[in-house]
Design a protein around this ligand. Structure first.
Ligand SMILES: CC(C)(COP(=O)(O)OP(=O)(O)OC[C@H]1O[C@@H](n2cnc3c(N)ncnc32)[C@H](O)[C@@H]1OP(=O)(O)O)[C@@H](O)C(=O)NCCC(=O)NCCS
Length: 149
């Protein structure tokens, strides 16, 4: 269960690295620890961690605030998918974006075959844009965006 969101710090790295090591999270990019440590010192980069009182961290997200005021949601992961936790956490992440980060637009890219994530994004108001990305793995990623109230 998701309870509340906190800004992530270096103290959350064990959790982040543990999640990124899990093979079932096959749709996410993974960074080695030094890359996370560098990102945590980047003023444009914001880690957010979902917590619940009983279990501690239940998910994390990595956000980048852009010069144009928009936020890129670079990564979002929960440790127990498909139990409603990610939807609740993402809702809180969007509130964090419009509040603490004062963003009216949030965008992300998602592998086209990550149908669960795409469903959750759509459900929370993200819309597909015509933009498609292709990386070294040659898989197609769809760019989606969300606009605040
Ligand atoms: C993406 C992620 C954060 C979503 O969080 P979650 O806790 O799994 O999502 P929820 O349980 O809140 O909701 C899942 C929804 O997807 C639906 N769903 C489950 N499997 C599905 C599938 N294969 N295709 C489409 N929809 C699916 C569920 O029915 C549910 O829909 P509902 O809320 O309308 O009933 C989580 O799955 C995750 O961490 N995945 C691994 C990392 C990842 O892929 N991150 C996104 C990278 S862009």
């Amino acid at each position: 269960m998701f309870d509340h969101l906190e800004k992530g710090t270096v103290a959350d790295l064990d959790f982040v690295l543990l999640e990124e090591a899990r093979s079932e999270h096959r749709f996410i990019h993974r960074w080695p620890e030094p890359e996370h440590r560098r990102a945590l010192t980047d003023p444009a980069c914001h880690y957010v961690v979902g917590r619940n009182k009983a279990d501690g961290a239940i998910g994390y997200g990595i956000l980048f605030k852009q010069d144009d005021g928009a936020v890129e949601l670079r990564r979002i992961v929960v440790n127990q998918p498909n139990k409603g936790i990610g939807s609740a956490f993402l809702k809180a992440v969007l509130t964090y974006c419009t509040g603490a980060l004062q963003a009216q637009r949030v965008w992300l890219d998602v592998y086209e075959d990550n149908s669960r994530a795409r469903h959750v994004y759509e459900k929370l108001g993200f819309r597909e844009t015509p933009k498609r990305l292709k990386g070294d793995d040659s898989a197609t990623r769809i760019v989606m965006e969300w606009r605040g109230p």
